[in-house]
Structures are given as structure tokens and as C-alpha cells.
Design a protein around this ligand. Structure first.
Ligand code: SF4
Ligand code: FES
Length: 360
């Protein structure tokens, strides 16, 4: 038997520079999202049983991260030498050596250590100098804006000062950054790219219209019309109250999670229903509802929220926000123009506002 240190939880602190190193080393756990300019933990890797056998590669990825934002928790567990060897990645020849490699404290590891001391190994040959083709290095540097080996090889002192400062701060101290804004922008419906044929047809019709003098007319019309900014309706009709009253207490309705620009869950509490915003109160990622664990889990930095939205683990400082909810006849309406913000897990009095829930 050996005592081996295993990773039970892994998360990314703010400050990722999207260099791809972690995904290259441990793709089972890390997913780099260039669109969102961050790296996230894959949902499967939120489970300790999943991360345990990957302990070695997770630690390697954390060491390789140039801004040191990969964090993990470990515990020591008793296991057979064979399992210890598996966790050590099979890179070592014997179970005792494997256990030692994984931080083992077994008698066999001690014996192996003594044996090694009794007959010291031959001094290792000096490493061969690495020949680097300067032309290839220059090509890589010129073609890589960021990411890949050129970024990994950069000295950390090379990083911009704001990034260095951010990487040193704990998640609680961090100011909200532009991430939230970017998430909102991503959530806006994209306009479809016009095809080449559409562009040519459009140009043709425009030329024709201008030729007949429609242009001046349109210009005059635009001049006379009021300036109106079109916005999405913040109110969403969610169906009859009877549908939600029939849900068992504790159940979550996810039908409105994809609604743009800000989705929500309808939750059934003991005697009421409420609408929870899907935006994580840490830095604005979108958590997932995990029915087996009965919690909302954020993939970005590991924050967890109870079924009523109360934060209980990870860096999120506040519960999930609630939207105004009310009845129009028997129809449930969620109004996203008004929010109820609880300031902490024990500061949720605002949820008692008559418009923060509907009694069932
Ligand atoms: S190695 Fe670090 S900086 Fe690079 S993508 Fe992964 S978490 Fe981000
Ligand atoms: S955004 Fe950081 S935990 Fe959700």
C-alpha cells in the first residue's frame, strides 16, 4: 500500500493569457476558449473521481502555466502500489518508484530510496546543447501573435504589468473586468453574413433605386423620422402558473436559459417560484445546473450555487441575481429590467420583495 497525493479539485484563477499550454498538456481537463479569451475546466473534470487519475498531468499543466493561474486542491489517499503507479502516469519503472514519484510515503519507497543511497548512480552525462535554428525561431515569433511555444518561452517578467498584478491577487480582491461585458456582447444575436450573391443583388437594386431618385426621398424621410433606439423587450411570457405550481419543490426549469440577451432559470421553492439570472456573480460566466449534485456549477473558476441561487463554494461573492416576476392573469411574466441583488448568502432579505417571487 502507498499513500499518494491526488488532485480532487482544479480551477482557473483570473488572469489567463490564453496561451494553450494547459490544453496541450492535459486536454481531458482544460479547454482554452479563444472566443471568450479564457481557459475553462471541462464539466467532467469538476468531479474528484475524474481528476484523481490525472493528478500528474494536472500538476504538470499548473507548473507550465506562465501566469500561474491554474489552482488545485489535493488530499492524500491510501491505495495499492499498482494504482499509485497508474496515477504516476506509468512513467516510472516500478510501483515503488511510481509511488515515490507521486509523493508516496510507502515502506517500499523508503527501501528504494535507501538502496539508491547505498549504490549511488553514475553521474549523469552533461545535457547536449539545444541547437535552435534562428530562422525558424524568427518565423514562429513573426507568425504567432500570442499562444503556442513562443508565448510559453517568454520570461514571466516579459508580461505586461497589469497581467502580473492580476495574477498575484486572490479572486476575492479582483475588480470585475471586461469579461462580463464580453459575455453580454457574445449573447447578442449575430447578424448573418450576407452571401456574395446577396451583396451583388443589393448593389444592383441600390444603383437602380438611386437612379430613379428614391435615394433623395429616403434621405428626406430619415431626416423627418424620430431617432428611436430599438431594444429587446425585457419581459418574457413564461406560460401559465399552473405549470410551475405542479413542479416539485427544488425543481429547476431550464426552458429560458437560452433567451437573449439574458437568460434565466425558473426555480420552484417550497411555497413560491422565482427567476434566477444565469450569469455567475464572480466574473460573468454561465454556470450549469448539475441535477445529480443539486447545484449550479460555474465552469470558469468553480463557484457553486445551491438550488435557490445561494453561493456556497468558489470565489463568487454573492448569490445569483433574481429578476422581477409577476402574474398577468394566469400567465407568469419575467421582467429582466428589474433585478433583486442579495449581497451575500446570509443577506437575502431582498428576496422577500413581493415582486421577487410568486406564491404557489
Ligand atoms: S496555461 Fe495558464 S495562461 Fe495558458 S491557457 Fe492555460 S490557464 Fe491560461
Ligand atoms: S465566473 Fe468565476 S466562478 Fe463563475
Amino acid at each position: 500500500m502507498a499513500t499518494v497525493e491526488v488532485v480532487t479539485k482544479v480551477w482557473i484563477a483570473p488572469g489567463c493569457i490564453v496561451c494553450d499550454a494547459c490544453e496541450t498538456t492535459c486536454p481531458e481537463v482544460f479547454e482554452v476558449q479563444h472566443d471568450n479569451e479564457t481557459c475553462v475546466i471541462r464539466p467532467a473534470a469538476l468531479d474528484a473521481e475524474f481528476t484523481k487519475p490525472l493528478t500528474k498531468t494536472i500538476k504538470e499543466a499548473a507548473e507550465e502555466c506562465p501566469v500561474d493561474v491554474i489552482k488545485f486542491d489535493t488530499i492524500k489517499v491510501e491505495m495499492s502500489d499498482e494504482e499509485a503507479a497508474k496515477i504516476a502516469g506509468g512513467a516510472t519503472a516500478t510501483p515503488a518508484a511510481a509511488a515515490a514519484d507521486a509523493g508516496a510515503e510507502s515502506p517500499k519507497a523508503e527501501a528504494a530510496d535507501k538502496a539508491a543511497k547505498a549504490s549511488p548512480a553514475k553521474p549523469a552525462a552533461p545535457p547536449k546543447p539545444k541547437v535552435v535554428d534562428p530562422a525558424i525561431q524568427a518565423l514562429l515569433a513573426a507568425t504567432t501573435v500570442r499562444g503556442g511555444h513562443p508565448m510559453i518561452n517568454r520570461a514571466v517578467s516579459d508580461l505586461p504589468e497589469p497581467v502580473r498584478q492580476l495574477s498575484k491577487m486572490s479572486p476575492e480582491e479582483l475588480p470585475p473586468d471586461g469579461k462580463f461585458q464580453r459575455v453580454l456582447e457574445k449573447a447578442k444575436p449575430k447578424q448573418e453574413e450576407p452571401s456574395r450573391r446577396d451583396v451583388l443583388l443589393g448593389a444592383g437594386w441600390t444603383a437602380l433605386a438611386l437612379g430613379f431618385g428614391v435615394g433623395p426621398l429616403l434621405g428626406f424621410n430619415r431626416f423627418m423620422a424620430p431617432n428611436v433606439l430599438e431594444q429587446e423587450d425585457p419581459k418574457v411570457r413564461c406560460g401559465s402558473l399552473a405549470k410551475y405550481a405542479a413542479m416539485p419543490p427544488g425543481e429547476i426549469n431550464e426552458d429560458f436559459k437560452p433567451v437573449k440577451p439574458s437568460g434565466f432559470w425558473i426555480i420552484r421553492e417550497e411555497d413560491r417560484i422565482s427567476a434566477l439570472s444565469i450569469i455567475c456573480t464572480h466574473l460573468g460566466c454561465i454556470p450549469s445546473w448539475l441535477p445529480n449534485d443539486r447545484k449550479f456549477k460555474c465552469p470558469c473558476h468553480g463557484s457553486g450555487f445551491k438550488p435557490d441561487g445561494t453561493n456556497f463554494e468558489g470565489p463568487a461573492p454573492r448569490p445569483l441575481e433574481r429578476f422581477r416576476i409577476y402574474l398577468d392573469g394566469d400567465q407568469v411574466i419575467v421582467d429582466r429590467s428589474r433585478k433583486f441583488l442579495a449581497m451575500g448568502p446570509n443577506d437575502t432579505a431582498v428576496w422577500n420583495d413581493p415582486e421577487a417571487s410568486i406564491a404557489v
